[in-house]
Ligand binder design. Structure first.
Ligand code: ARG
Length: 459
């Protein structure tokens, strides 16, 4: 019999029970539900709302349920509707009528708000902890490749010379922002909703501050209507997770390209690659492709969630039961991707020669050639025009800027002298990019030092 059946003359349809039940997915909140109930029971006893002995009996009963649920001994049944009713019903089965006092001054609305927030606070910390090792791997790769020259691209066309270290540090900086975003979400969501009641609080003399302290919350949420119906933190977390996946997906795209025979800048470890069922020569970057693909799934959760919440009047509406699966799926996806992605990056090997060769073609030093002329007194726009003509000449005659003779250079401008060859040398081009944030060894070392300081503060 349903615990709310008193008001009804007949039972709900079986199909309704199936549609209505959330226990198939909210069972994963059992720890939070029980811990939250223990704190609530303790507060009820302390405030004299129920007798202290009753409060203690309830807490003992809940402890036993927690142990048995951890051990998988308690079945989660559709007939229990959701995890909150399941725990309460089990408690009453175990300790009798005292169990019925637990729900005093509480509603499932503030209960689910509490459970979900507690669960998500932990998830945010777990995901944050998975980002840090990835940043560490990128820093290590950067430290080992300060002199590994590769082309940097715009429009996927070779643009200017850079280093593999510079590339790795760009991703490290993206992921650093992801860590900060999660911390920011955490700080804002750290508010305790229990005590909002169904929507307008309660007439019992509860102590919300005490419950917040018991459960490790920084604050109590300030308005009960808002407290039971706020799911902003889920939207924020889903946004942060979408951005993490967007970063991993962009990185995956580069990995996939760099693995191709057209680039062959890197080789993935066998442990993080897969083969083809028909083409014996294939070694495929499936992990990177899966991460790229799963990004769509996390974006989908964000859009799904926003759509569920759109136009919901205050306060709780059953639509909000649809909140959990979206978020659970996104959290599971990110948690599944990050460690594998980190290991894939950590174990990949570089083909430095191919990177260097790719940087030697495509007139990647054309800007440096123009800058050389500027340093000799020509205005940049004029220098740009001369080098444009030089490049055109090279293309038509199958030459590179490095292979032009001094006579050929002179035929374009008197400014050119023998030192041009040094100025357009790839090593020089990288070494001279000393501007803050650039690819020169010194600049990248400064970037590494900054991220290392960030990581040290996070340990
Ligand atoms: N299972 C519900 C959920 O996930 C719990 C809250 C139910 N509240 C209610 N008034 N029906 O949202």
């Amino acid at each position: 019999m349903k615990l709310w059946s008193g008001r009804f003359d007949k039972n709900t349809d079986q199909l309704v029970d199936e549609l209505n039940a959330s226990i198939t997915f909210d069972q994963r909140l059992f720890r939070e539900d029980i811990t939250g109930s223990m704190a609530h029971a303790k507060m009820l006893g302390k405030q004299g709302i129920i007798a202290v002995e009753e409060s203690e009996k309830i807490i003992e009963g809940l402890k036993g349920i927690l142990e048995d649920m951890e051990a998988g001994k308690i079945p989660f049944l559709i007939s229990d509707e959701d995890i909150h009713m399941c725990v309460e019903a089990e408690l009453t089965r175990r300790i009798g009528d005292t169990g019925k006092r637990l729900h005093t001054a509480r509603s499932r609305n503030d209960q689910v708000a509490l459970d979900f927030r507690m669960y998500m606070k932990n998830q945010v910390l777990e995901i944050r902890a998975l980002l840090l090792p990835l940043i560490e791997v990128l820093v290590k790769m950067a430290e080992n490749n300060l002199d590994t020259i590769m082309p940097a691209y715009t429009h996927l066309q070779r643009a200017q010379p850079s280093t593999f270290a510079h590339y790795m540090m760009s991703y490290a900086n993206m992921l650093k922002r992801d860590v900060l975003r999660l911390e920011d979400c955490y700080e804002r969501m750290d508010e305790m909703p229990l005590g909002c009641g169904a929507l307008t609080g309660t007439t019992y003399p509860i102590d919300r501050q005490f419950v917040a302290e018991q459960l490790g919350f920084a604050r109590v949420c300030e308005n009960s209507l808002d407290g039971v119906s706020d799911r902003d933190y889920c939207v924020e977390i889903l946004s942060a997770l979408s951005i993490i996946m967007m970063h991993l997906s962009r990185f995956s795209e580069e990995i996939i390209m760099w693995c191709s025979w057209e680039f062959k800048f890197i080789e993935l470890d066998d442990a993080y690659s897969t083969g083809s069922s028909i083409m014996p020569q294939k070694k495929n970057p499936d992990i990177a492709e899966l991460v790229r693909g799963k990004t769509g799934r996390v974006y989908g959760s964000l859009m799904g969630f926003l759509t569920i919440m759109k136009a919901l009047p205050l306060a709780y509406n059953k639509d909000m039961q649809e909140d959990k699966e979206q978020v659970f799926d996104a959290v599971d996806t990110v948690k599944a991707c990050l460690p594998v992605f980190t290991a894939m990056i950590d174990t990949m090997t570089l083909n430095k020669e191919n990177m260097r060769n790719a940087a030697s073609r495509g007139f990647i030093n054309a800007t440096d050639c123009a800058d050389y002329m500027v340093k000799k007194g020509l205005p940049f726009r004029d220098a740009y025009t001369v080098v444009g003509k030089l490049v055109n000449y090279c293309i038509n005659n199958g030459k590179t800027l490095e292979s032009l003779s001094m006579d050929e250079y002179k035929s374009f401008s008197d400014i050119f002298e023998d030192d041009v060859y040094h100025a357009i040398d790839l090593e020089t081009c990288v070494a001279m990019r000393l501007s803050q944030g650039g690819p020169s060894k010194e600049s990248v070392q400064a970037q590494i030092a900054s991220i290392k300081k960030f990581l040290a503060e996070k340990e």
